[in-house]
Design a protein. Sequence first.
Length: 279
Amino acid sequence: MTLTASNAAGSSTISKTVHIAPCPPVVNFEWVSECPNPLDVQFTDTSSTIITERPTSWSWNFGDGATSTFQNPAHTYAAYGDYNVTLTASNAAGSRSISKTVHITVCPDPPIACFWTYPQSGTAPLEVEFCDCSKTDILTWFWDFGDGNTSTLSQPTHIYYQPGSYTVSLTVTNATGTDTEVQPDYIQVTSPPPSPPRAYFTTNHAIGPVPLTIVFTDLSSGIPDSWLWNFGDGATSTERNPTHVYTQPGYYTVSLEVKNSKGSSTYTTAPGYIKALSG
């Protein structure tokens, strides 16, 4: 190692030998055992990478009589169970070992997707509880409610706002695989029943000389399906938005009765609302 120091008068240099002594490795390792082939295990050396501690050779004992000198070996066990695995890592300063218990378990059966709901039908807006009844140990869920909405909860609740038939699917996964159940047109949502109507209307004007033509516009709420107008001069109409001509001067009170399956309602103008004047 060389050090040079300088100032306005010049510089001076000194050199010395620095000896960096290696240390025995700091040893560690990890492994991966995954379904559908849990007996196939990948071991990874995670020992220190600091230059003075870095191992230069490796000796693995897999606990079943097999060994390896690779840094990151793969090993296939013959049976499920617990295995005491030892890694000995060495460098110029010496060697160190670490042992860990590797647990090899049987994979679960592939999943079988299953679900039910409550309710399955009703009027909009319809709130539905979705219940997973899938078999084996499920890790993830993906619901498609058929109306553009999805969920990854195991037991979601969803609201259908529009009438229609909706196909629902559930995809489940576990450590072994994936399965999907699809139920076509499973959720049936109908329109809400009509409420009793409430009669109301307007006119384009209400006064003028005879013959006086009036346009009546129905503004009733509650979705009526029948209309009965009484124009106050003996004439009537069952149109929704009728036009009526008053031919005789006078003051006329108009009424509208509307109906649907839930009931009826009548709206009557103030007395003498229509004023038909002499020409």
